[in-house]
Design a protein around this ligand. Structure first.
Ligand code: ADP
Ligand code: F6P
Length: 329
């Protein structure tokens, strides 16, 4: 475990990076108030690594983070800066942290943001990471902040689409986010009673998709739901075109849920997770830990080295895939 001397710590900074996720605000609130409680000053970096490079720092007080626990998005703003992988940009970031007299940094974000945090840690700067991304593709935590809310948003959409699907005897192909990870598709598919789930971790031929729909139709189903991850092998339009040409009995429609999955008030689960992880991140720094991400392992919050977190992709659990097939009769 990497450590530094926390007694020298006076001022920390915080940023939210990558795609916004519901619960990021609740987490910032927890970081700020835990830090203030320990007599630390807190600066917010607006716009993630792009804001760091620009020197876009603002002081954060307890009142600045009032009234945000229930808000989706991130009031600190986020941005993507692919150049932060380059030495020159990281050096500029280090310089800004030094110029603003920052002693440690908390990064709340997805896999990419945590890679950025690791880069700063390797340059000797004390950092703590907090996993937040609707994709749930981060190794070292059962759940990332935002996943539960996104899952509930998707389920609400699936339930509504099923109403119209069964009224018209249609098949709906619903595309959900997740980048290269099938977690959102698999979990929303199983909880939404999908007939077919398509994820990057398990290739299924178009022929098999059609066969499953034909089988469902012949068994008297009035609708069929296909949940497809955006990272799955086949594009949604190609799947729909194939199914229309093949003829399955169902008329086919495609709904791409898109960014609606990222918005909205965080669920109770996400708020609690955000508060626990934000608090733990500051606590770890106060204990002299650095270069770690706080994750939810079982029911406990534990620090995991960023080196481990960023060196392996987290994939959907295929046990659920088998369960979904059994239950889709
Ligand atoms: P997320 O954090 O949600 O995974 P991204 O993958 O877009 O989102 O990453 C967010 C930002 O993190 C990138 O725009 C970039 O600034 C930074 N980043 C990503 N990968 C790296 C890396 N390997 N090294 C340094 N910074 C990185
Ligand atoms: O990482 C979160 C995420 O919403 C992914 O699921 C999706 O692929 C991506 O971000 C979309 O990014 P953007 O907001 O840049 O379109």
């Amino acid at each position: 475990m990497t450590t530094f001397d926390p007694k020298t710590m006076r001022r920390i900074a915080i940023m939210t990076g990558g795609g916004d996720a519901p619960g990021m605000n609740a987490c910032v609130r927890a970081v700020v108030r835990t830090a203030l409680n320990a007599d630390l000053e807190v600066m917010g970096i607006q716009g993630a690594y792009a804001g760091l490079i620009r020197g876009d720092f603002i002081p954060l007080t307890a009142r600045d983070v009032g009234g945000i626990i229930q808000r989706g998005g991130t009031f600190l703003q986020t941005d993507r800066l692919p150049q932060f992988k380059e030495d020159a940009y990281q050096e500029k970031g280090m310089q800004q942290l030094h110029d603003h007299q920052i002693d440690a940094l908390v990064v709340i974000g997805g896999d990419g943001s945590l890679n950025g945090a690791l880069a700063l840690h390797r340059r000797g700067f004390p950092v703590m990471g907090v996993p937040a991304s609707i994709d749930n593709d981060i190794w070292g935590t059962n759940m990332a902040i935002g996943v539960d809310t996104a899952l509930n948003t998707i389920l609400e959409a699936i339930d509504k689409l099923r109403d119209t699907a069964s009224s018209h005897k249609r098949a709906f192909l619903i595309e959900v986010m997740g980048r290269n990870c099938g977690y959102l598709a698999l979990m929303s598919g199983i909880c939404g009673g999908a007939e077919v789930i398509l994820i990057p971790e398990m290739e299924v031929s178009l022929e098999e998709v059609a066969e499953r729909l034909i089988d469902s139709y012949q068994r008297g189903k009035t609708h069929a739901i296909i949940v497809s991850a955006e990272g799955a092998a086949h594009q949604s339009d190609d799947i729909a075109k194939y199914l229309k040409e093949k003829g399955t009995g169902f008329d086919v429609r495609v709904t791409i849920l898109g960014h609606v999955q990222r918005g909205g008030r965080p669920s109770a689960f996400d708020r609690l997770l955000a508060l626990r992880l934000g608090n733990a991140a500051v606590q770890c720094l106060l204990d002299g830990k650095t270069g770690m991400m706080v994750g939810l392992l079982g029911r406990e919050v534990s620090p995991v080295p960023l080196e481990q977190v960023t060196s392996q992709p987290r994939q959907a659990n295929l046990d659920y895939y088998d369960l979904a097939r059994v239950l889709a009769r």
